[in-house]
Design a protein around this ligand. Structure first.
Ligand SMILES: Cc1cc2nc3c(=O)[nH]c(=O)nc-3n(C[C@H](O)[C@H](O)[C@H](O)COP(=O)(O)OP(=O)(O)OC[C@H]3O[C@@H](n4cnc5c(N)ncnc54)[C@H](O)[C@@H]3O)c2cc1C
Length: 327
Protein backbone atom coordinates (compact mmCIF):
# COMPACT_ATOMS: atom_id res chain seq x y z
CA UNK A 1 0.00 0.00 0.00
CA UNK A 2 1.27 3.54 -0.72
CA UNK A 3 3.04 5.45 2.10
CA UNK A 4 0.32 8.02 2.54
CA UNK A 5 -2.47 5.44 2.85
CA UNK A 6 -4.83 6.17 5.73
CA UNK A 7 -7.22 3.55 7.07
CA UNK A 8 -10.15 4.61 9.25
CA UNK A 9 -12.21 2.11 11.21
CA UNK A 10 -15.56 3.25 12.58
CA UNK A 11 -17.25 1.53 15.54
CA UNK A 12 -15.90 0.05 18.76
CA UNK A 13 -18.19 -2.98 18.95
CA UNK A 14 -16.52 -6.37 18.62
CA UNK A 15 -16.33 -5.99 14.82
CA UNK A 16 -14.62 -2.58 15.12
CA UNK A 17 -12.23 -3.92 17.78
CA UNK A 18 -11.20 -6.90 15.66
CA UNK A 19 -10.87 -4.76 12.53
CA UNK A 20 -8.62 -2.23 14.28
CA UNK A 21 -6.43 -5.05 15.57
CA UNK A 22 -6.40 -6.66 12.15
CA UNK A 23 -5.29 -3.59 10.19
CA UNK A 24 -2.82 -2.39 12.81
CA UNK A 25 -1.15 -5.78 12.83
CA UNK A 26 -1.21 -6.50 9.10
CA UNK A 27 -0.43 -3.06 7.68
CA UNK A 28 2.97 -1.38 7.71
CA UNK A 29 3.84 0.55 10.91
CA UNK A 30 4.01 3.88 9.06
CA UNK A 31 0.47 3.53 7.73
CA UNK A 32 -1.98 5.75 9.56
CA UNK A 33 -4.75 3.90 11.39
CA UNK A 34 -7.56 5.98 12.82
CA UNK A 35 -10.31 4.50 15.01
CA UNK A 36 -13.53 6.50 15.41
CA UNK A 37 -16.52 5.62 17.54
CA UNK A 38 -19.46 7.45 19.03
CA UNK A 39 -19.56 6.94 22.80
CA UNK A 40 -23.26 7.93 22.80
CA UNK A 41 -24.17 4.94 20.61
CA UNK A 42 -23.85 1.76 22.68
CA UNK A 43 -22.26 -1.39 21.31
CA UNK A 44 -24.06 -4.73 21.01
CA UNK A 45 -23.05 -6.89 23.97
CA UNK A 46 -23.64 -10.29 22.40
CA UNK A 47 -21.31 -12.29 20.17
CA UNK A 48 -19.27 -14.05 22.80
CA UNK A 49 -18.29 -17.31 21.10
CA UNK A 50 -15.65 -17.57 18.36
CA UNK A 51 -14.35 -20.10 15.90
CA UNK A 52 -10.64 -20.87 15.52
CA UNK A 53 -9.62 -17.76 13.58
CA UNK A 54 -9.90 -15.22 16.40
CA UNK A 55 -7.29 -16.51 18.93
CA UNK A 56 -4.70 -16.40 16.17
CA UNK A 57 -5.39 -12.72 15.48
CA UNK A 58 -5.39 -11.87 19.19
CA UNK A 59 -2.07 -13.60 19.67
CA UNK A 60 -0.50 -11.72 16.75
CA UNK A 61 -2.03 -8.33 17.50
CA UNK A 62 -2.09 -8.14 21.31
CA UNK A 63 0.33 -10.72 22.66
CA UNK A 64 -2.21 -11.42 25.40
CA UNK A 65 -1.73 -14.67 27.27
CA UNK A 66 -4.40 -16.96 28.67
CA UNK A 67 -4.15 -15.35 32.11
CA UNK A 68 -4.70 -11.87 30.60
CA UNK A 69 -7.71 -13.24 28.81
CA UNK A 70 -9.07 -14.92 31.96
CA UNK A 71 -8.86 -11.54 33.74
CA UNK A 72 -11.29 -10.28 31.07
CA UNK A 73 -13.61 -13.16 32.13
CA UNK A 74 -12.79 -15.10 28.95
CA UNK A 75 -12.38 -18.87 28.63
CA UNK A 76 -11.08 -21.19 25.94
CA UNK A 77 -13.52 -23.14 23.77
CA UNK A 78 -12.63 -26.71 22.87
CA UNK A 79 -15.69 -27.30 20.69
CA UNK A 80 -19.49 -27.25 20.58
CA UNK A 81 -21.70 -29.54 22.62
CA UNK A 82 -24.60 -30.56 20.37
CA UNK A 83 -27.76 -31.97 21.90
CA UNK A 84 -30.99 -33.17 20.22
CA UNK A 85 -29.69 -32.50 16.71
CA UNK A 86 -30.35 -35.11 14.02
CA UNK A 87 -31.67 -38.60 14.54
CA UNK A 88 -29.02 -39.61 17.07
CA UNK A 89 -30.53 -39.15 20.54
CA UNK A 90 -27.07 -39.07 22.15
CA UNK A 91 -25.51 -35.64 22.71
CA UNK A 92 -22.00 -35.27 21.32
CA UNK A 93 -19.06 -32.89 21.53
CA UNK A 94 -18.06 -31.52 18.15
CA UNK A 95 -14.49 -31.10 19.36
CA UNK A 96 -11.81 -29.01 17.69
CA UNK A 97 -8.48 -30.65 16.91
CA UNK A 98 -5.94 -30.71 19.73
CA UNK A 99 -3.69 -27.66 19.79
CA UNK A 100 -6.33 -25.21 18.58
CA UNK A 101 -9.20 -23.58 20.44
CA UNK A 102 -11.83 -20.96 19.95
CA UNK A 103 -12.73 -18.42 22.64
CA UNK A 104 -15.59 -17.41 24.86
CA UNK A 105 -15.26 -13.70 25.50
CA UNK A 106 -17.03 -11.23 27.75
CA UNK A 107 -17.82 -8.73 24.98
CA UNK A 108 -18.01 -5.76 27.34
CA UNK A 109 -14.64 -6.42 29.00
CA UNK A 110 -13.08 -7.41 25.69
CA UNK A 111 -14.13 -4.17 23.99
CA UNK A 112 -12.90 -2.08 26.96
CA UNK A 113 -9.50 -3.79 26.93
CA UNK A 114 -9.00 -3.42 23.17
CA UNK A 115 -9.88 0.28 23.36
CA UNK A 116 -7.54 0.81 26.32
CA UNK A 117 -4.71 -0.91 24.46
CA UNK A 118 -5.38 1.04 21.23
CA UNK A 119 -5.19 4.34 23.12
CA UNK A 120 -1.70 3.36 24.31
CA UNK A 121 -0.53 2.31 20.83
CA UNK A 122 1.40 5.22 19.28
CA UNK A 123 0.35 4.62 15.69
CA UNK A 124 -3.40 4.35 16.31
CA UNK A 125 -5.40 7.57 16.70
CA UNK A 126 -8.61 7.04 18.68
CA UNK A 127 -11.38 9.63 18.24
CA UNK A 128 -14.77 9.83 19.95
CA UNK A 129 -17.23 11.47 17.56
CA UNK A 130 -20.38 10.70 15.63
CA UNK A 131 -19.93 10.37 11.88
CA UNK A 132 -22.82 11.59 9.76
CA UNK A 133 -21.68 10.14 6.44
CA UNK A 134 -18.80 7.66 5.96
CA UNK A 135 -18.03 9.24 2.58
CA UNK A 136 -17.05 12.46 4.39
CA UNK A 137 -14.25 10.78 6.34
CA UNK A 138 -10.83 11.98 5.30
CA UNK A 139 -9.26 8.57 4.68
CA UNK A 140 -8.07 6.45 1.78
CA UNK A 141 -10.27 3.61 2.97
CA UNK A 142 -12.97 3.23 5.63
CA UNK A 143 -14.01 0.02 7.37
CA UNK A 144 -17.49 0.85 8.64
CA UNK A 145 -18.47 -1.26 11.68
CA UNK A 146 -21.33 1.01 12.71
CA UNK A 147 -23.68 -1.79 13.81
CA UNK A 148 -27.09 -2.96 12.62
CA UNK A 149 -28.56 -0.76 9.87
CA UNK A 150 -31.82 1.01 10.68
CA UNK A 151 -33.41 -0.09 7.41
CA UNK A 152 -32.84 -2.89 4.90
CA UNK A 153 -33.76 -1.55 1.44
CA UNK A 154 -34.17 -4.38 -1.09
CA UNK A 155 -31.68 -2.90 -3.52
CA UNK A 156 -28.93 -2.99 -0.87
CA UNK A 157 -29.69 -6.09 1.24
CA UNK A 158 -30.53 -9.75 0.73
CA UNK A 159 -32.81 -11.31 3.34
CA UNK A 160 -31.68 -14.81 4.35
CA UNK A 161 -34.79 -16.90 3.80
CA UNK A 162 -33.26 -20.21 4.82
CA UNK A 163 -33.02 -19.07 8.46
CA UNK A 164 -36.32 -19.11 10.29
CA UNK A 165 -35.19 -17.67 13.64
CA UNK A 166 -35.63 -13.98 14.40
CA UNK A 167 -35.58 -13.49 18.18
CA UNK A 168 -33.63 -14.36 21.29
CA UNK A 169 -34.16 -14.51 25.04
CA UNK A 170 -30.89 -14.30 26.98
CA UNK A 171 -30.41 -15.08 30.69
CA UNK A 172 -27.16 -14.61 32.59
CA UNK A 173 -26.47 -17.43 35.06
CA UNK A 174 -23.72 -16.50 37.49
CA UNK A 175 -21.35 -19.08 38.96
CA UNK A 176 -18.07 -19.19 40.92
CA UNK A 177 -16.06 -20.78 38.14
CA UNK A 178 -16.68 -22.20 34.66
CA UNK A 179 -18.36 -25.61 34.72
CA UNK A 180 -17.47 -26.62 31.15
CA UNK A 181 -15.17 -25.40 28.35
CA UNK A 182 -17.30 -25.75 25.23
CA UNK A 183 -20.24 -23.85 23.79
CA UNK A 184 -23.66 -25.44 24.29
CA UNK A 185 -25.97 -25.82 21.28
CA UNK A 186 -29.16 -27.57 22.41
CA UNK A 187 -32.05 -28.09 20.00
CA UNK A 188 -35.38 -27.36 21.73
CA UNK A 189 -39.01 -27.63 20.60
CA UNK A 190 -39.12 -23.91 19.62
CA UNK A 191 -35.60 -23.34 18.33
CA UNK A 192 -32.25 -23.90 19.99
CA UNK A 193 -30.37 -22.72 23.08
CA UNK A 194 -26.77 -21.55 23.19
CA UNK A 195 -24.64 -21.56 26.33
CA UNK A 196 -21.43 -19.51 26.54
CA UNK A 197 -19.36 -20.29 29.66
CA UNK A 198 -17.31 -17.35 30.97
CA UNK A 199 -15.28 -17.18 34.18
CA UNK A 200 -18.06 -15.61 36.24
CA UNK A 201 -21.26 -16.41 34.33
CA UNK A 202 -22.85 -18.59 31.68
CA UNK A 203 -24.87 -16.78 29.05
CA UNK A 204 -27.90 -18.84 28.03
CA UNK A 205 -29.72 -17.66 24.89
CA UNK A 206 -32.88 -19.20 23.45
CA UNK A 207 -33.04 -18.59 19.69
CA UNK A 208 -36.61 -18.80 18.34
CA UNK A 209 -39.16 -17.32 15.94
CA UNK A 210 -41.26 -14.62 17.64
CA UNK A 211 -43.96 -14.89 14.94
CA UNK A 212 -44.55 -18.53 15.88
CA UNK A 213 -43.80 -18.77 19.61
CA UNK A 214 -44.71 -16.24 22.32
CA UNK A 215 -41.92 -15.25 24.73
CA UNK A 216 -43.80 -16.73 27.73
CA UNK A 217 -43.46 -20.23 26.24
CA UNK A 218 -39.74 -19.66 25.67
CA UNK A 219 -39.26 -18.49 29.26
CA UNK A 220 -40.93 -21.68 30.48
CA UNK A 221 -39.10 -24.05 28.12
CA UNK A 222 -35.61 -22.71 28.90
CA UNK A 223 -36.06 -23.74 32.55
CA UNK A 224 -35.40 -27.35 31.47
CA UNK A 225 -31.95 -26.27 30.25
CA UNK A 226 -31.18 -24.48 33.53
CA UNK A 227 -32.17 -27.61 35.46
CA UNK A 228 -30.30 -30.05 33.22
CA UNK A 229 -27.05 -28.05 33.48
CA UNK A 230 -27.40 -27.03 37.14
CA UNK A 231 -27.49 -23.32 36.28
CA UNK A 232 -29.01 -20.59 38.44
CA UNK A 233 -30.82 -18.02 36.30
CA UNK A 234 -30.50 -14.38 37.42
CA UNK A 235 -32.79 -11.41 36.78
CA UNK A 236 -30.25 -10.19 34.23
CA UNK A 237 -32.22 -11.07 31.10
CA UNK A 238 -32.64 -9.55 27.66
CA UNK A 239 -35.09 -10.25 24.85
CA UNK A 240 -34.85 -8.79 21.36
CA UNK A 241 -35.55 -9.58 17.73
CA UNK A 242 -33.21 -9.47 14.73
CA UNK A 243 -33.09 -9.86 10.96
CA UNK A 244 -30.88 -12.28 9.03
CA UNK A 245 -29.37 -10.37 6.10
CA UNK A 246 -26.32 -9.53 4.10
CA UNK A 247 -25.35 -6.68 1.83
CA UNK A 248 -25.45 -7.22 -1.91
CA UNK A 249 -22.26 -5.15 -2.21
CA UNK A 250 -20.02 -4.99 0.85
CA UNK A 251 -17.78 -2.38 -0.73
CA UNK A 252 -19.07 0.97 -1.92
CA UNK A 253 -16.34 3.30 -3.17
CA UNK A 254 -13.86 3.80 -0.36
CA UNK A 255 -16.17 2.29 2.29
CA UNK A 256 -16.31 -1.41 3.24
CA UNK A 257 -19.17 -2.49 5.50
CA UNK A 258 -18.23 -5.01 8.14
CA UNK A 259 -19.79 -6.63 11.25
CA UNK A 260 -23.51 -6.15 11.74
CA UNK A 261 -23.50 -3.26 9.28
CA UNK A 262 -22.63 -5.76 6.54
CA UNK A 263 -24.31 -9.01 7.53
CA UNK A 264 -26.08 -10.90 10.27
CA UNK A 265 -26.78 -14.61 10.54
CA UNK A 266 -28.15 -16.22 13.66
CA UNK A 267 -25.25 -17.45 15.81
CA UNK A 268 -25.41 -21.21 15.15
CA UNK A 269 -21.70 -22.22 14.83
CA UNK A 270 -20.59 -18.69 15.93
CA UNK A 271 -19.64 -17.58 12.43
CA UNK A 272 -20.04 -13.77 12.73
CA UNK A 273 -16.63 -12.84 14.07
CA UNK A 274 -14.99 -15.15 11.55
CA UNK A 275 -16.95 -13.24 8.89
CA UNK A 276 -15.46 -9.98 10.19
CA UNK A 277 -11.92 -11.32 9.71
CA UNK A 278 -12.76 -12.75 6.28
CA UNK A 279 -14.02 -9.37 5.05
CA UNK A 280 -10.90 -7.66 6.38
CA UNK A 281 -8.63 -10.19 4.69
CA UNK A 282 -10.40 -9.75 1.36
CA UNK A 283 -10.34 -5.95 1.74
CA UNK A 284 -6.63 -6.00 2.41
CA UNK A 285 -5.96 -8.14 -0.66
CA UNK A 286 -8.05 -5.76 -2.73
CA UNK A 287 -6.29 -2.67 -1.37
CA UNK A 288 -2.91 -4.26 -2.08
CA UNK A 289 -4.02 -4.91 -5.65
CA UNK A 290 -4.21 -8.68 -5.21
CA UNK A 291 -7.31 -9.10 -7.29
CA UNK A 292 -8.45 -12.65 -6.74
CA UNK A 293 -12.11 -13.57 -7.22
CA UNK A 294 -12.27 -13.59 -3.40
CA UNK A 295 -10.96 -10.07 -2.99
CA UNK A 296 -13.08 -8.63 -5.78
CA UNK A 297 -16.32 -10.29 -4.89
CA UNK A 298 -15.85 -10.93 -1.23
CA UNK A 299 -19.29 -11.94 -0.29
CA UNK A 300 -20.78 -14.62 -2.45
CA UNK A 301 -18.80 -17.78 -1.93
CA UNK A 302 -17.88 -17.18 1.70
CA UNK A 303 -21.34 -16.18 2.88
CA UNK A 304 -23.09 -18.86 0.80
CA UNK A 305 -20.92 -21.34 2.72
CA UNK A 306 -21.96 -19.90 6.08
CA UNK A 307 -25.59 -19.84 5.05
CA UNK A 308 -25.44 -23.47 3.98
CA UNK A 309 -23.65 -24.48 7.20
CA UNK A 310 -26.45 -22.93 9.26
CA UNK A 311 -29.24 -24.18 6.99
CA UNK A 312 -27.94 -27.75 7.36
CA UNK A 313 -29.08 -27.66 11.00
CA UNK A 314 -32.68 -27.24 9.85
CA UNK A 315 -34.37 -29.59 7.35
CA UNK A 316 -36.62 -26.77 6.13
CA UNK A 317 -33.68 -24.39 5.98
CA UNK A 318 -31.66 -26.58 3.66
CA UNK A 319 -34.60 -27.00 1.25
CA UNK A 320 -35.09 -23.21 1.22
CA UNK A 321 -31.36 -22.67 0.68
CA UNK A 322 -31.26 -24.87 -2.44
CA UNK A 323 -34.55 -23.51 -3.73
CA UNK A 324 -33.33 -19.92 -3.32
CA UNK A 325 -29.89 -20.46 -4.85
CA UNK A 326 -30.60 -22.94 -7.63
CA UNK A 327 -34.15 -22.38 -8.83
C1 LIG B 1 -28.23 -13.55 20.37
C2 LIG B 1 -26.98 -13.35 19.59
C3 LIG B 1 -25.87 -14.13 19.85
C4 LIG B 1 -24.70 -13.97 19.11
N1 LIG B 1 -23.67 -14.79 19.35
C5 LIG B 1 -22.57 -14.72 18.58
C6 LIG B 1 -21.47 -15.59 18.80
O1 LIG B 1 -21.49 -16.41 19.72
N2 LIG B 1 -20.40 -15.47 18.01
C7 LIG B 1 -20.32 -14.54 17.01
O2 LIG B 1 -19.33 -14.50 16.29
N3 LIG B 1 -21.33 -13.66 16.82
C8 LIG B 1 -22.44 -13.74 17.56
N4 LIG B 1 -23.45 -12.84 17.37
C9 LIG B 1 -23.23 -11.76 16.42
C10 LIG B 1 -22.77 -10.48 17.13
O3 LIG B 1 -23.90 -9.71 17.39
C11 LIG B 1 -21.87 -9.62 16.28
O4 LIG B 1 -20.78 -10.36 15.83
C12 LIG B 1 -21.27 -8.45 17.07
O5 LIG B 1 -22.20 -7.92 17.95
C13 LIG B 1 -20.76 -7.38 16.13
O6 LIG B 1 -21.32 -6.12 16.39
P1 LIG B 1 -20.74 -4.84 15.63
O7 LIG B 1 -19.39 -4.54 16.16
O8 LIG B 1 -20.91 -5.04 14.17
O9 LIG B 1 -21.76 -3.67 16.02
P2 LIG B 1 -22.07 -2.92 17.45
O10 LIG B 1 -21.56 -3.73 18.58
O11 LIG B 1 -23.48 -2.58 17.38
O12 LIG B 1 -21.14 -1.65 17.37
C14 LIG B 1 -21.46 -0.51 16.62
C15 LIG B 1 -20.43 0.56 16.91
O13 LIG B 1 -20.55 1.59 15.93
C16 LIG B 1 -20.52 2.87 16.56
N5 LIG B 1 -21.29 3.77 15.73
C17 LIG B 1 -22.53 3.57 15.24
N6 LIG B 1 -22.92 4.63 14.49
C18 LIG B 1 -21.87 5.50 14.52
C19 LIG B 1 -21.65 6.79 13.93
N7 LIG B 1 -22.58 7.36 13.17
N8 LIG B 1 -20.46 7.40 14.16
C20 LIG B 1 -19.51 6.82 14.92
N9 LIG B 1 -19.67 5.61 15.51
C21 LIG B 1 -20.83 4.98 15.30
C22 LIG B 1 -21.11 2.64 17.94
O14 LIG B 1 -20.67 3.62 18.84
C23 LIG B 1 -20.56 1.25 18.26
O15 LIG B 1 -19.29 1.41 18.83
C24 LIG B 1 -24.63 -12.99 18.10
C25 LIG B 1 -25.73 -12.17 17.88
C26 LIG B 1 -26.91 -12.36 18.59
C27 LIG B 1 -28.10 -11.49 18.29
Amino acid sequence: MPDNFKMTIVGRGTAGCLSTMFFRYHCPEHMEVEWIYDSNTPTTLVGEGTDLSIPNLLNQATRWHWDDFAKMNGTSKIGIWKENFGKNPEPFLHAFNMGVTGLHLDSSKFQEKVLEQAKETPNITVIDKKIEDPEDIDATHVIWCGGTPKEFPEEEFTTIDSIALNATYITQCFWDKPQFNYTLAIARPWGWVFGIPLQHRCSIGYMYNKDITPLDIIKEDVKEVFDAWGLTPSDNTNAFSFNNYRRKEFRNGKVTYNGNSGFFYEPMEATSLHGVIAINQRSMDFLRGINTPHSLNMTDEFFDGIELLIAMHYPVGIITFFFYHFS
